[in-house]
Ligand binder design. Structure first.
Ligand SMILES: [Fe+2]
Length: 292
């Protein structure tokens, strides 16, 4: 697998962003898009604990994708304050995922501002993500196919992005937006097509925002315990329709078949992913021969 650095820009104007990154759907790190948000100074671990430590939060671990009755469900609940202590203390694979803190603490919305860098912002309020050092967000692309502006707080996150053309090399499980390859330690014996993939990577620091174009695969490692926020914008009607289809097939087909077949359904998905990858590799092999 080849990984290229994602461009980092300071002072990017709206026109430049739209022309050079949004329209061509190319990722970029803004070093200063969120610099004036009150959240940047205010949202410390201590502040979050003091204000919202009493809330119950759903926590997920590495079993999140295990087939069976708990497939893609949170099984644990913790006090938010205890969870923040946990991720500050050291490595843990427990994450808070797609929990909308703004449902419980609406006033936090006032500490972030919708950027003026582009239009068509989707959410009334955005999602936050939390993870301890070493926690990994599985390789996936966002099911609703929107553009994502992902801003990180205080610590470091390593993010790998890959475009849709890489999908067959990534062993995507059919009827899902997920892959289960470990991009930190790629197992080329088991997943040989991964060698052919080309991606982009960056380390995101406090206050930096990564533009993840719609439908780009992302794999995220929390290098330290920390948290992030995602704002989303529509990538047009076609992408929204694709998003609706993704959501329908996830709930109707993937979750339904998991309920019916459990681990057998997962085995079938793995088999299909391997077939597609072999085909994609064979195709690349032929193209390479033709260019000799
Ligand atoms: Fe995502």
């Amino acid at each position: 697998m080849k990984l290229l650095p994602i461009e980092r820009r300071t002072g990017l104007t709206r026109d430049e962003f739209i022309e050079n990154y949004l329209k061509p759907q190319k990722p970029v790190v803004f070093t200063d898009l969120s610099k004036d948000w009150p959240a940047m100074k205010k949202w410390t671990f201590d502040y979050m604990k003091q204000q919202y430590g009493h809330l119950d939060v759903p926590v997920i671990g590495p079993d999140y994708h295990k087939p069976g009755p708990n497939y893609m469900k949170s099984q644990d609940t913790m006090k938010f304050g205890d969870y923040l202590d946990l991720i500050q203390k050291g490595p843990t694979d427990k994450r808070i995922f797609l929990w909308n803190i703004f449902d419980h603490a609406r006033e936090l919305v006032n500490d972030v501002a919708t950027p003026t860098i582009s239009d068509n912002w989707l959410d009334k309020y955005p999602f936050m993500f939390f993870g301890g050092a070493g926690a990994v967000t599985n390789l996936h692309y966002d099911i609703d196919c929107s553009n994502v502006f992902h801003t990180h707080f205080w610590t470091r996150k390593h993010i790998i992005l890959l475009d849709q053309e890489q999908s067959d090399f990534l062993y995507q499980h059919p009827y899902t937006v997920q892959s289960h390859v470990d991009l930190q330690n790629p197992d080329y014996e088991r997943f040989p097509a991964l060698r052919k993939a080309t991606g982009h990577e960056t380390i995101l620091y406090h206050g930096e925002t990564l533009f993840i174009p719609a439908m780009w695969w992302h794999y995220i490692v929390y290098m330290d315990g920390g948290f992030s926020i995602s704002l989303r914008s529509s990538n047009g009607l076609k992408a929204q329709a694709k998003g609706a289809w993704n959501i329908a097939r996830h709930f109707a087909i993937d979750k339904g078949m998991n309920k019916l077949m459990g681990p057998k359904w997962k085995s079938w998905k793995i088999e299909q992913a391997e077939k597609r990858a072999s085909k994609a590799m064979a195709k690349v092999g032929v193209e390479e021969m033709e260019h000799v």
